[in-house]
Ligand binder design. Structure first.
Ligand code: THU
Length: 164
């Protein structure tokens, strides 16, 4: 038996204004995407913007449903849309932001576990790290350098479907 540990490096910016011009633009597009959220049940609007290797940005917002589990998070709407519109094009960065009509969202929002797994698939597929930029409606921004940082010991297809 061995005791092991994992550490995660990430960056914290006091505000969006500390980001590079490209990253700030992506975050602004995530904010823009959040305006199309359909969130009448939670009143929590999430926007995601995925920057692809070809420079295209694909946006998504959460889409809820009266049968709650049927709805989908902004991140998966965005990455599935990117995957279907631009097959074969790697993802560079995903920016995520959220706001609520009920509370102030002034802390970064982390993607849910299912979204982390969904995004992981594209990192493995293209063998290129996908960076995350996370924020609330206002306040600080967190930057993580890849999916592994958000989903350590993740499940990959090679573990189950490919012979070694
Ligand atoms: N939601 C997202 O879109 N992304 C997240 O990372 C967390 C949660 C959505 C799902 C649901 O529509 C609402 O936020 C409240 O959970």
């Amino acid at each position: 038996m061995k005791k092991l540990s994992l550490t995660i490096d990430y960056l914290e910016y006091d505000s969006m204004d500390e980001l590079t011009a490209e990253d700030k633009s992506l975050m602004l597009q995530a904010h823009e995407a959040g305006k199309s959220a359909y969130a009448p049940y939670s009143n929590f609007s999430v926007g995601a913007a995925v920057l692809l290797e070809n420079g295209v940005v694909v946006k998504g917002s959460n889409q809820e449903n009266a049968a709650y589990p049927t709805g989908l998070c902004a991140e998966r709407v965005a990455v599935f849309s990117a995957g279907s519109q631009y097959p074969g094009v790697a993802f560079k960065t995903i920016a995520v932001t959220a706001k609520s009509s009920k509370i102030a969202v002034d802390n970064p929002v982390g993607p849910c576990g299912s979204c982390r797994q969904a995004i992981s698939e594209y990192e493995v597929l293209y063998n290129k790290p996908i960076r995350f930029l996370l924020m609330g409606e206002t306040g600080k921004v967190l930057e993580l350098k890849n999916v592994e940082s958000l989903l350590p010991l993740r499940f990959e297809g090679k573990d189950a479907f490919h012979s070694h």
